[in-house]
Unconditional design. Structure first.
Lengths: 426, 251
């Protein structure tokens, strides 16, 4: 008996492979794109979805957790919604289909990713990051929408650019190669949301490149429905003196994995990751992060705040790799969690792999309940217990949002997302 | 206004008895000073009055305006007018000072069946009270007590007290960590609140604060009991001779 026969495909694996077979005449792509797609789907068929035996999926056994995948429904309809921040330029992607309408700010060019699939220029970018890159594999096999966005050198975007991904049901697989020219400054909001309770299966990969001195705030706001599976990935590459402030907020979904994989390629590059995970119900949410400090004199800080209610389970894996030549790297990672019920669960796995000898690196993780002294202080001023608890939970995550204080409208919008979620779940 | 009868209380976690048969009566309009050596139970008494759950009352009762408050939680006691000025005000990052003040004032009003304050009315009251206590507007824009100096924290406590207008004010070592100028500002703030329908309990280690907030009665706490009561001259006596004589006489 050989290994290939040993794997009996699960319902979800079968559904994903079938989705490919069923759409094969319909998916966009030239010969080179299809050659990559074929390989990826073949790998999916033979290796299956990752299990806990794959190290990077140890806390999120996708093969077990992903019970079923809803069929793709090309006729599904989703409406666009108001921008998160008034005045934003909205690029709408609904059920995986892009429409490029409306005015773009100066210095921004947008092209449908479908065109890049059709002319084959997308083929190279479809490669997976490694054997364990299940998100890249599923997405590369099935991607049929997305946008290529180019922000010109020295362009200064006044208002946020919102990539609005609205899902109603079925499947969506999208990709967003985005490049920022030298000295460009911008705020991008990658916003995933669902319009209803129907089950969706979504994969989305953003591939972000910052040239010298570019300064970008990128927000991933995930607000899928309570039955949805969301597989997100953001890759980034930072040039000399480039600054990326990446903000990931998970406030929805049933099974969520958001991966962040980046590297610093130019000296002076600075990366900030801020993560807020609001977890409730029976959801499972995994944020997995890797960062390669590949050249000398680059800095990064990562702060993740988890709030876990009910029977929810959260995972944070963070791995910082400092290359042999990357002297003077300064990297600090922290993962703080509030566990708010006896059945709530959080696994944190911070890792440092350092090959250089002159660096400043550290990581820490805390798990706690609400601080009783703080709770007493608020109550001693007349704030009833429930309200005092809600204030403290909110404060725990609001502290992170306040770092964006330069953009008041953005802070207000994110605080609103958080308090709305807490009002519903706490 | 406040009547503590044969109160016995212990630390909930390990059962250590701290308050052992304490009796104390404070009338409306009165300023009572509670003095005593370290470890006599002064701070514990302030926490028990305000309803901290880390302590358990095992015997006796606390009557406030004739009613037992033992079954009320901290927020209910606060809404009924009991205020504790903390010895160590708690820093709460992520909660804006102004937001906190507004929530606290309005939650107390709600509990008492009063309308919530409008934003302009709230702002006006805070501005006025802050000016009295020489609290800079920048301080109110910071998260609650975060980055405040020791003196700023104490002034912020008194600000809360003057905004919430409690009926029973308990000041726990409010003088600790204050220089003389800050002490005067804080004492002025407290004195401004003195009124015939309000009582103040000043817990302190030293006579110094009582030069500025002159008490009507002074009570010496030792091993969880009031072992001697008197008028303000008792505080001077303690300052001059220490606690040893009184403790010996009580033994």
């Amino acid at each position: 008996m050989n290994m290939q026969q040993a794997i009996k495909m699960t319902a979800a694996e079968t559904a994903l492979v079938d989705a490919y077979t069923a759409q094969i005449g319909d998916l966009p792509g030239d010969g080179s794109v299809f050659s990559v797609r074929d390989t990826l789907v073949h790998e999916l068929k033979t290796a299956g979805l990752p299990t806990r035996r794959v190290e990077s999926w140890h806390y999120t056994d996708l093969r077990t957790l992903l019970r079923a995948v809803p069929a793709a429904d090309p006729t599904a309809f989703a409406d666009r919604v108001d921008a998160l921040v008034p005045g934003s330029t909205v690029l709408s992607v609904r059920n995986g289909q892009t429409d490029i309408k409306g005015n773009l700010p100066d210095g921004v060019t947008v092209r449908s990713y479908v065109d890049s699939l059709l002319d084959g220029s997308a083929a190279a970018g479809l490669a997976v990051l490694g054997f364990d890159d299940a998100i890249g594999r599923i997405n590369g096999g099935l991607v049929r929408g997305g946008l290529e966005i180019d922000v010109a050198a020295d362009a200064a975007l006044e208002d946020p650019l919102e990539i609005q991904l609205v899902q109603s049901l079925g499947q969506a697989h999208t990709r967003f190669p985005v490049s920022f020219g030298a000295g460009a400054t911008a705020t991008v909001i990658e916003r995933h949301l669902s319009t209803n309770d129907a089950e969706s299966f979504v994969s989305s990969v953003s591939d972000v490149t910052l040239a010298e001195g570019a300064d970008v705030i990128w927000i991933v706001l995930q607000q899928q429905g309570a039955a949805d599976t969301h597989l997100g990935q953001i890759r980034f590459d930072l040039g000399k003196n480039a600054k990326l402030h990446l903000f990931v907020i998970n406030a929805g979904g049933k099974l969520v994995r958001q991966e962040i994989h980046g590297k610093t390629s130019g000296e002076g590059a600075d990366f900030k990751l801020r993560g807020i995970n609001l977890l409730g119900g029976e959801s499972h949410t995994d944020v997995t992060f890797t960062l390669g400090h590949n050249v000398p004199h680059t800095t990064s800080t990562e702060i993740i705040r988890n709030v876990v209610f009910d029977r929810a389970k959260g995972v944070f894996q963070g791995k910082i790799l400092v290359a042999k030549d990357a002297q003077k790297t300064d990297a600090k990672m922290a993962c703080n969690t509030l566990l708010l019920s006896d059945d709530a669960d959080l696994s944190a796995k911070p890792e440092l792999e350092i090959f250089a000898d002159d660096v400043q690196c550290g990581h820490g993780a805390t798990v706690a309940d609400i601080d009783h002294t703080q709770l007493f202080y608020l109550m001693a001023r007349g704030v009833p217990e429930n309200k005092a608890r809600a204030m403290l939970v909110n404060a725990f995550v609001a502290e992170i949002v306040e770092e964006l204080e330069d953009d008041e409208a953005l802070v207000e919008a994110l605080e609103d997302v958080i308090s709305t979620w807490l009002d519903k779940h706490a | 206004m406040l009547e503590i009868k044969n109160l016995h209380a212990r630390i909930a976690e390990d059962g250590t008895e701290i308050i052992r048969g304490l009796n104390l009566t404070v009338k409306a309009g009165e300023v009572a000073a509670i003095m005593g050596p370290n470890g006599s139970g002064k701070s514990t008494l302030s926490y028990i009055l305000s309803g901290r759950e880390d302590y358990e009352v095992t015997e006796g009762d606390i009557l406030y305006n004739g009613e037992s408050i033992l079954e009320l939680d901290a927020s209910e006691r606060a809404a009924k007018g009991i205020f504790l000025a903390f010895q160590y005000p708690v820093e709460i990052p992520g909660v804006a000072t102004m937001q906190f003040l507004k929530v606290a004032m309005n939650e107390q009003r709600k509990y008492r069946g009063e309308d919530e304050l409008t934003t302009p009315e709230f702002m006006r009251r805070v501005k006025e009270a802050a000016a009295e206590l020489k609290i800079a507007p920048e301080m109110l824009r910071r998260p609650l007590n975060v980055g405040f100096s020791g003196g700023e924290k104490k002034r912020a406590e008194i600000l809360q007290m003057s905004l919430l207008q409690p009926k029973l004010c308990v000041l726990d070592e409010t003088d600790s960590g204050l220089d003389i100028d800050a002490l005067k500002i804080v004492a002025d703030g407290v004195n401004a609140l003195r009124s015939p329908d309000r009582a103040v309990v000043v817990i302190t280690h030293y006579q110094r604060l009582l030069d500025y907030i002159v008490p009507d009665t002074v009570h010496v706490l030792y091993k969880g009991q009031v072992i001697k009561s008197g008028d303000k001259t008792l505080a001077h006596e303690l300052e001059a001779n220490g606690y040893a004589d009184i403790i010996e006489a009580a033994a």
